[in-house]
Every structure is written in C-alpha cells, then in structure tokens.
Design a protein around this ligand. Sequence first.
Ligand SMILES: N[C@@H](CCC(=O)N[C@@H](CS)C(=O)NCC(=O)O)C(=O)O
Length: 297
Amino acid sequence: MGSGCIDFFNQPLEQIREGMVPQIFAKFQFGLVVGLPATAGPTRRRATLRYPTRDETRREAFTSAPWGALIPSPTTRPVTVMKLINSFGPNPRLVRMFMAEKGIELPTEELDLLAGENRKPPYTDKNPGGQMPALQLDDGTVIAETAAICEYLEETQPSPALIGSNARERAVGRMWQRRVELNITENIYNGFRYAEGLGLFKDRMYCIPEAAAGLKAKGKNQLAWLDGLMSGRDFVGGNRIGLADITLYCCLDFAKGVGQPIPAELKNINAWFQRMDQRPSAQQSLSPGWEQVGMRG
Ligand SMILES: N[C@@H](CCC(=O)N[C@@H](CS)C(=O)NCC(=O)O)C(=O)O
C-alpha cells in the first residue's frame, strides 16, 4: 500500500459517501481494478452506523464512484475488525447506552470482569489500565476510558449529538461531563470499591477502606448540588440528553443496588432518573446476565 493512503476500508459508510472516495481512488497505488458504478444519484443517509464488511465497502465504492473510477482491490486491505471490548459493569453499560442512543452497532469481544479477565494479559497488553470497556480500532489502536471512547464515536458519527454539534455545545457538554465524573460518579464508585466492593477490588487496585464513608458522603453532597440546578430542565446540561446524563444514570442505577440509593428528597434528580430509565437505551444497554450478578451494569 502506498504511504499516505487514506484508511479507506476502516471508514464508516457515512464518511466514504461524503466525499472520500474520489480522493482514495487517486491515492491507491497497488491492487487497483477498474469499476463502473451501478447507479448514480443522491447520497443515501443511514439511521445507524455499522462498520462495513469488505464486500459492503466494495459494493459501496462501486455504487458511489463516478463513471470510470478506479476501485481499490479488497485483497490489499485487512478485513474491518473494529470492536468494543465489553463486559458486565456500569462503565461498559455507559458506552453501550451511548451507542444505543446514537444507533451504533459494533461487534463485541466479551470479557469476564468478575473473574478478573480484564486484569491480566492479553487485555492488559492492550489496556494497561486494566479497566473496562475499551474500543479497539481497525488499526489495532485501543482506546480506554469511557469519555474518550464516546468522544471517538461522536466524531465518527456526529448525529444525534450527545456531546455537542458545535464548539460551544461541545464545551458545555464536556463541562458537565467533568463535573459529573469528578464530583459525583468517581466518589460513588470509589465509595463502593472501598466498602461493599472491597472483596473484589482489594487485589486489583490500591484501596482506601477508611475513605469509603467520606467519598459516599461527598458524592451525595454533589448530587444534591446538581439537584438544585436541575429545577426546570430535563437533562443535566439543559434540555437535550448528553453524555453527562448517560454517565450519571448508569452510575446511579448501579449504585442504588449496592447501598447508595438516590436520596428521596432530591426531587429533581429522582424525576430525571425516571425519565432516563424509560428510554429504550436504558434497557437495551443492561448486560443480559445482570440479574445473576445481582448488580445493574
Ligand atoms: N475511568 C474508567 C473506569 C472504568 C471502570 O471502572 N470499569 C470497571 C467496570 S464498570 C472495571 O473495569 N472494573 C473491574 C476492575 O477494575 O478490575 C472509565 O471511564 O472507563
């Protein structure tokens, strides 16, 4: 493959349709075949993003290319392998819910989190952080951290926007995401890891059992702060669902089953939680085995 080629086979269909094909044809140097497009016409839009198989990519190239264009031979590229490395847990669920809201489907590789498969090779060779989930791209790049994964997916498929569709909206979305994570969800999760979850986590990470009660109290206090701000608005950052809502919902839905329920007096947060709970993505994103595990994730 000539250097500087656009990574044609790894692009979602949307991007290929929207103008990449002619550039790619000009840049491929080996394995070229001549292709005649079967149809010409307006670009078709898709509701969901699924990464194309090699055959689909090739068919797409034929149908959207100008007459007489050169189509790269599929034998010159590996098969698309982008996948979500997935497991039980509120953080993998967060990414699954984000994907469900966007209509994104991806192949998954399932790891047994309770058995600690995520804490040893080959997973830790890919993600030394050892936590779940991770997104493995076609070129082998592994992206961990839920916010980074969701940012990548949002850039790949901007619509519907769950972080923001312009610089101002994205800044506001990220501001709420950081507030939710730093002030609320991290405190709730660490409160759990250092107390109810200690048996599972003591050999996986540095735990501070004596901090558990304080962390839970801090998370609760910051949730009360958010409750005060939520009066008159439907979602954390305004009137549109965003990544911050999904992050908070997955955490609180998990936490209520492990000793950290939403305090009844937080009326706005409770009403918001009900709204989130009724979204199809909330059910769709739950691990099939959550009841056996006894935790919602
Ligand atoms: N900051 C990380 C947190 C990920 C995380 O805590 N994942 C949990 C699952 S919900 C996990 O891997 N737990 C098992 C372990 O730490 O071994 C992110 O946003 O991705």
